[in-house]
Design a protein around this ligand. Structure first.
Ligand code: FAD
Length: 486
């Protein structure tokens, strides 16, 4: 039985701990905060509860698999519901679309409301499905840094089909060819933001994300997204994994090119294996004493500016997930990634978990999670940006929903890129580690193991295969596949 220390109880850390316990190793998770989840967290304000990180769940079987590995059933603890409608889209000139998860119904909606021929949507989603099945094993569930992966015939076949991978044009260029209407293009461009990227630069390979939402489905767990982190924590505890909260790991201990443990809370904790779930750039600076210059770092994903509003009213026109598009999407992303700024007409994402989970807000009221994409922190004048963006959000929502917003806000909390970095040690507050704004992004993410120190592994959103709940869960699987069973 090997002694394993996991640094950080984010989703990647929790999943790695569970997978290693299932391989009969003795696992300790050390977390600097007082609760598990990392970015997948929650807050309370007055009588309202808010998820503060992820809000959309795809590929829930990756969560369920963790229960099965320890001989339990996820359904005994988590009730995960498949959504019929994944999002409501609001356009500046007044058009509205309901994005049904069923491809049939969604393509009918786009045809009847936008005039987008039904076959365009169906063809696109079919291609996205094919792309997912062709690439997932290689790009999501395998290490790209082990020769073994490339000896496989299927992998070779995947790399030899660049036409199918479609890496040489941007997602937007592909969508402009696939759809006649600007509105449909904008819906499908938006999937680049699911890993914090720019649709005008990220490769068209990212169209696989639309497959996850419209073919395999979008899901919501009763109790809200944080329930996933808290139930994984409980599962881990039931199976003997120990947790030390409010404890910051300060350094690694090593001998003869191998990790021997960590220093945390004035204690030495011996370990044969250390798995880091923390941002790789922070890890390199703090634990390996390597200076990571901004120029050397792959371009970071976007961050977010979020207002949590406890509203004293309910809105009929909104659903669980809502997007209020900007009128100039290209300009919005140019500002975000080239000028590290927020447009005065930002696309707004509104998530209201109390539409599904009534306990999240008192009766007749709603919990609004109002988010705009923000640049990773590079020393901007945030006080100024926050107040200006808040004004723009309110006037846009007022115009779209035909209601006064400010007077209905009972309580407010905020989350900025700086807060995200302070709470989770995520580099500059980036939500998804590095962006996919480059055709080589998939190959540029850090490997899931250390080339310098034996026994050191990396999981979570800043390493291969990238950010977002499903990919963090996949990174835990890749790490666990590298460590033999006891
Ligand atoms: P993290 O969540 O980054 O956790 C790392 C943990 O390590 C933290 O708990 C931190 O406290 C701890 N730590 C750091 N340093 C130390 C140390 N020295 N000692 C001990 N502990 C330490 N994904 C989706 O799939 N769908 C979404 O809808 C979605 N929306 C998002 C919205 C927001 C606002 C945010 C912030 C993220 C969103 N994401 C979404 C992304 C997703 O949340 C992340 O990719 C994922 O949660 C990252 O998990 P992780 O394993 O990398 O660890």
């Amino acid at each position: 039985m090997k002694k394993v220390v996991v640094i950080g109880a984010g989703i990647g850390g929790l999943a790695s701990a569970i997978r290693l316990a299932a391989k009969n190793h003795q696992v300790t998770v050390i977390e600097q905060e007082s609760q598990p989840g990392g970015k997948m967290s929650e807050i309370r304000a007055g009588d309202f509860r808010f998820d503060t990180g992820p809000s959309l769940l795809t590929l829930p079987h990756l969560v369920e698999e963790l229960f099965e590995l320890l001989g339990e059933k996820a359904e005994d603890y988590l009730s995960i519901q498949r959504l019929e409608e994944s999002c409501r889209y609001f356009y500046p000139e007044g058009k509205r679309i309901r994005a049904w998860t069923s491809p049939e119904r969604f393509s009918d909606e786009l045809e009847s409301k936008l005039g987008e021929p039904k076959e365009n949507t169906l063809r696109y989603l079919k291609k996205a499905k094919r792309l997912y099945h062709f690439t997932a094993d290689l790009f999501i569930f395998s290490s790209l840094h082990r020769l073994k992966t490339f000896r496989n015939r299927k992998t070779f076949g995947t790399l030899m089909r660049p036409g199918l991978l479609d890496p040489f044009r941007s997602l937007h260029q592909a969508n402009r060819r696939a759809f006649q209407t600007r509105e449909a293009q904008q819906i499908f461009d938006r999937y680049a933001t699911y890993n914090g990227s720019d649709p005008f630069r990220a490769p068209a390979t990212l169209k696989i994300i639309s497959h996850l939402e419209h073919n395999t489905g979008a899901f919501f767990p009763s109790g809200g997204m944080y329930k996933i982190a808290s139930e994984l924590h409980q599962l881990a505890m039931r199976h003997g994994i120990t947790f030390q909260f409010n404890t910051r790991v300060e350094s690694l201990t090593t001998a003869n090119g191998k990790v021997t443990g960590v220093e945390a809370g004035n204690q030495h904790i011996p370990a044969d294996i250390v798995i880091s779930d923390i941002d790789i750039h922070h890890f390199k600076r703090q634990f390996l004493n390597q200076q990571v210059q901004r120029k050397e770092r792959p371009e970071l994903s976007s961050s977010a500016l979020i207002f949590f509003w406890g509203m004293d009213t309910q809105s009929d026109e909104t659903g669980l997930h809502n997007i209020f598009f900007s009128s100039n999407y290209m300009e919005e992303f140019r500002m975000l990634f080239s000028q590290a700024a927020i447009s005065d007409d930002p696309t707004i994402y509104l998530y209201i978990s109390s539409k599904m989970e009534t306990a999240d807000a008192p009766s007749g009221k709603e919990n609004w999670f109002v988010m705009v994409n923000a640049p990773a922190d590079s020393g901007q004048n945030w006080d100024n940006l926050i107040e200006r963006t808040r004004r723009h959000i309110i006037s846009k929502l007022e115009a779209q929903l035909n209601m006064e917003i400010e007077k209905h806000i009972l309580v407010e909390k905020r989350l900025t890129p700086r807060d995200i970095e302070r709470r989770t040690s995520s580099e500059a507050g980036a939500l998804y580690g590095s962006s996919s704004n480059n055709i080589f992004s998939a190959f540029m993410r850090h490997p899931n193991f250390s080339k310098q120190l034996k026994g050191l592994y990396f999981t979570g959103g800043s390493v291969h295969p990238g950010g977002g709940i499903p990919l963090c869960l996949a990174s835990a699987k890749i790490v666990s596949d590298m460590i033999p069973k006891e």
